[in-house]
Design a protein around this ligand. Sequence first.
Ligand SMILES: CC(C)(COP(=O)(O)OP(=O)(O)OC[C@H]1O[C@@H](n2cnc3c(N)ncnc32)[C@H](O)[C@@H]1OP(=O)(O)O)[C@@H](O)C(=O)NCCC(=O)NCCS
Length: 145
Amino acid sequence: MTKIFTDDDLQKCCELFIGVFNGSPWNDKWTSETAHTYLQELIDSKRFLGYTLWDNDLLIGAVFCHMKNHYRGDEIFIDEMYIAPDYQRKGHGTELMNEVEKFAKDNSFISITLLTGKGKPAFDFYGKFGCKYLEHLAFMYKRIV
Ligand SMILES: CC(C)(COP(=O)(O)OP(=O)(O)OC[C@H]1O[C@@H](n2cnc3c(N)ncnc32)[C@H](O)[C@@H]1OP(=O)(O)O)[C@@H](O)C(=O)NCCC(=O)NCCS
């Protein structure tokens, strides 16, 4: 069952976030503290939108987004999206994205945007959902430390 995110979900969202992204293929190094700080910052975003997905009282997925203005209208940027490993590839990710898309359509948003790793499984997932890879755009980065 999909629910709108509430602050009471934060602890469970942190635990699941660590379980997913510290595992393959991301192999991140999140700690409880860094994950909590990171997700809290997303939630504090002025125009945050989040949904959680539940199997009874077990959290099995979450999506964290924020709304952005554009001259053509508002868009939704997906900041984080994750499904519990045991529940992946069973349609749950699509269920969460459909919820975001429903919100976008119901509120006359113009688009959904996101960043993901080329060649990572999520790339195919977003492609199947209908997201297009824009070859004329480049994500640029300068390492400081
Ligand atoms: C990526 C993720 C959100 C997809 O959610 P999901 O519930 O597993 O995906 P769904 O079952 O809804 O998949 C729908 C379609 O996406 C594609 N897809 C999903 N997972 C895939 C994978 N591991 N490899 C290739 N294609 C995949 C498939 O086309 C799939 O349809 P099919 O199963 O009929 O072939 C989920 O697997 C996940 O949390 N992964 C780890 C975290 C992550 O990568 N998050 C995104 C970071 S940007």
